[in-house]
Design a protein around this ligand. Structure first.
Ligand SMILES: Cc1cc2nc3c(=O)[nH]c(=O)nc-3n(C[C@H](O)[C@H](O)[C@H](O)COP(=O)(O)OP(=O)(O)OC[C@H]3O[C@@H](n4cnc5c(N)ncnc54)[C@H](O)[C@@H]3O)c2cc1C
Length: 315
């Protein structure tokens, strides 16, 4: 049996869940195992439809009214117990929750743990991304059971309509060692790690007063904004937008780098993006060699034209 951890947010299941579901279903084709979603959040009708559209026939909702806030210690204990009872394996995605839960679950059950997985295994040898995507390792779990975490955007998503059955198991457990007093939203912008599209600016923008074109392009594309490290160090943008080796590592479907040279430390955080578009005045900039598409030109001319063109297409 293969479990898939289903993580929810305001709009339903997170996109990564569909990647892990497809992955687990493809894996199960070879092993003839059943794939079951495991979820500790409330499942609404939208989530139910999503599960049906992506081929998941069964979900187990582990329920306790105290599970409304994510608690890595508590959730990992519950998931570890559930999969141990069934002698099952489990697939997570490399989201923030996945990163907290997967190693804890493996450790609690003494299962093998592999993260950053980028493809289906052959004879249980999994491909794993290492060194910020610069190398691939082949790894085999040595224990009978395993926990794996899939690198985001590394596997395709397949839609296949099925009917899904949800069973609710009430969990009676001593609740968390922490109590969430309140939560306040500090921003309505799209979270960088979850964004499908990211528009990033570098020192080529010359100053914080020029960030309007980055924000406008991001808004029209429904994208998150990011920046290079010097931009954050200069306080042109907040540090939580800094991507790279020492910042956040992202892998959106589309990364648009504007006025960023593409230093190796920057690339380390973004080179797993599916498509990279660079706008740079310098044809010799390292990013031009490391991208899928490059526009060689002054960003102050190119970006407004790009915004106009997108507006025309959207009309
Ligand atoms: C230990 C260490 C860790 C680091 N970690 C990170 C990290 O996590 N993330 C990170 O980003 N950096 C990191 N750095 C810094 C990194 O080495 C580079 O210095 C940095 O990424 C450069 O930022 P930039 O591309 O914005 O600026 P620059 O290198 O100054 O490049 C600006 C680019 O803008 C272009 N440009 C200029 N004017 C225009 C225009 N009008 N239109 C279009 N293009 C224009 C230029 O041609 C140039 O390519 C790290 C460095 C070290 C030593």
């Amino acid at each position: 049996m293969i479990y898939v951890y289903l993580e929810a947010h305001e709009l339903g299941f997170k996109k990564n869940c569909f990647e892990t579901i497809t992955y687990a279903l493809d894996l199960a084709k070879h092993t003839q195992e059943e794939v079951i979603g495991i979820c500790l959040s409330h499942i609404d009708s939208n989530m139910f439809t999503q599960a049906e559209n992506f081929g998941l026939k069964k979900i187990i909702q582990l329920y306790n009214p105290g599970f409304s806030n994510f608690d890595a210690q508590l959730f990992s204990k519950i998931i570890a117990h559930k999969i141990k009872t069934e002698q099952a394996n489990i697939v997570f995605s490399n989201t923030v929750q996945g990163k907290y839960l997967a190693p804890r679950v493996a450790m609690l059950n003494h299962y093998s743990f592999l993260n950053n997985i980028i493809g289906l295994p052959e004879n249980l040898v999994f491909k794993k991304n290492v060194y910020s995507g610069k190398a691939i390792q082949m790894c085999k779990p040595l224990n009978t059971n395993w926990v794996i975490a899939i690198a985001s955007n590394s596997y395709h998503i397949t839609e296949q309509k099925v009917s899904c059955n949800i069973s609710v198991e009430n969990i009676d457990i001593d609740l968390s060692k922490i109590k969430c007093i309140s939560s306040e939203k500090t921003s309505d912008t799209i979270s960088l790690v979850d964004a499908e599209i990211v528009v990033a600016g570098g020192r080529g923008l010359k100053g914080p007063e020029n960030w309007g074109i980055i924000e406008e392009l991001a808004k029209i594309l429904g994208a998150a904004t990011a920046c290079s490290r010097p931009v954050a160090d200069l306080h042109w943008r907040p540090h939580h937008e800094h991507v790279g080796q020492t910042g956040i590592q992202i892998n959106p479907n589309l990364y648009i780098a504007i006025g960023i040279s593409g230093a190796i430390q920057h690339l380390a955080g973004v080179n797993r993006s599916k498509h990279i578009v660079v706008i740079n005045i310098d044809p010799e900039a390292p990013f031009v060699k490391a991208c899928d598409y490059a526009v060689i030109g002054d960003c102050f001319q190119v970006v407004p034209k790009l915004i106009d063109a997108i507006k025309q297409v959207k009309k």
